[in-house]
Design a protein. Structure first.
Length: 254
């Protein structure tokens, strides 16, 4: 599928720019304090007025407020995660197969609930940040589980291969370096035509929030991690026909 290389789209926000990271640091700090106060006020309200939840309308309103607080907390956490995925990383030799086993164990409740089938080939050992590579793969697998129509059980396939010389030339990569391609394919809802690269921009959401929870930052985090490791990430998809996320990573970073 690599012959149909998708044109790169310049993002409105660049998470690697200094001004962007400074702005996010300030935003996280300024959002966190009022959110904590709001949570405390709701707790006091429900504890101080014992009969407040006897009314069905009050109970529903409190439930919606708490849901908004949870969503905002998740957004703040992912903004922090985006900022923390900086290029200054500790390089280790990372066994991606072992990393995938850890991720699947951590996602086991979701896998069991949705009856997810995951098939994985042998994955490479790469030089990079173990923490960042785990976040990268976990975001992608989690998306493959969540963005499903619900009409059939999610099926996820993870395959890996070494890039040949022809593809390295096509992608203008260093011929003397070894690169691996890791493909994560699902049978989910797919991506709208023309949005295959836009999904990697911060805050881009293609689906309604009630149906598919999320902040729109997960794939932006993935892109930043890939760039930290000198690799590439792209998506290929047909709407309602599943998605394939392709990661290209050097065997030895830098």
């Amino acid at each position: 599928m690599w012959e149909n290389k998708i044109e790169q789209v310049k993002p409105f926000f660049n998470p690697n720019e200094k001004g962007f990271t400074d702005f996010i640091d300030i935003a996280i700090h300024d959002l966190d304090a009022p959110l904590r106060k709001l949570s405390l006020l709701i707790e006091r309200l429900t504890a101080g007025y014992e009969n407040i939840t006897d009314n069905a309308e009050n109970t529903e309103l409190i439930k919606k407020i708490n849901s908004c607080i949870t969503d905002m907390r998740a957004l703040i956490n992912e903004l922090s995660e985006l900022n923390e995925a900086g290029p200054e990383i500790q390089y280790d030799h990372v066994n991606i197969s072992e990393l995938m086993k850890e991720i699947l164990e951590e996602l086991q409740p979701e896998i069991t609930e949705k009856k997810v089938t995951v098939q994985s080939s042998a994955l490479p050992v790469l030089q990079g940040s173990r923490e960042q590579l785990k976040k990268l793969l976990k975001h992608i697998i989690d998306n493959a589980i969540r963005f499903n129509s619900g009409n059939e059980s999610p099926q996820i396939k993870v395959n890996s291969s070494k890039l040949g010389e022809e593809e390295k030339q096509f992608r203008q990569l260093e011929i003397t370096k070894e690169y691996y391609k890791i493909e994560v394919t699902d049978n989910g809802i797919g991506i709208k035509e023309g949005y295959e690269q836009k999904i990697f921009e911060p805050f881009v959401r293609l689906n309604s929030k009630p149906a598919f929870a999320g902040s729109g930052l997960g794939l932006a985090i993935c892109k930043k991690i890939i760039e930290n490791h000198g690799g590439e990430i792209y998506a290929e998809s047909l709407e309602n026909s599943g998605t394939q996320i392709t990661l290209i990573l050097p065997e030895i970073a830098n």
